[in-house]
Design a protein around this ligand. Structure first.
Ligand code: 5GP
Ligand code: ZN
Length: 102
């Protein structure tokens, strides 16, 4: 999607440093961290939120990316948050999993 910030980040348009990247996902630091470690796991394809995600393989890929990124930054213990819908606090309308740790 052309005007989507996370599509642009995932496409490398802003030169954002990726903590982890594979064929389907990227992981980068949240710009406004709410925990000492705050990462965002984002699919490369535009999906609005969890309600719109029908690709079961991509669901698994996203959780694999969570594990790999957490391991890479030395996080053994962390929380995940997936805000789904505006009323739940979703501000960026491109699916993302928050990893919150330490
Ligand atoms: P939401 O409230 O949609 O679940 O979370 C969106 C998150 O994206 C927020 O924690 C916010 O700080 C982060 N964010 C918004 N814009 C950018 C950006 O341009 N770069 C990065 N790295 N994070 C962003
Ligand atoms: Zn997008």
């Amino acid at each position: 999607m052309t005007d989507c910030i996370f599509c642009k980040i995932a496409n490398g348009e802003f030169g954002t440093e990726f903590i982890y990247e594979d064929e389907k996902t990227v992981v980068f630091k949240d710009i406004n961290p709410k925990a000492p470690v705050h990462l965002l796991v984002v699919p490369k394809v535009h999906v609005e939120n969890l309600n719109e995600l029908e690709d079961r393989e991509l669901m698994a890929d996203l959780l694999c990316a969570v594990k790999k990124a957490a391991k890479k930054v030395g996080l053994n213990s962390y929380r995940l948050q997936v805000n789904t819908g505006k009323e739940a606090g979703q501000e960026v309308m491109h699916l993302h999993i928050h990893i919150l740790g330490k």
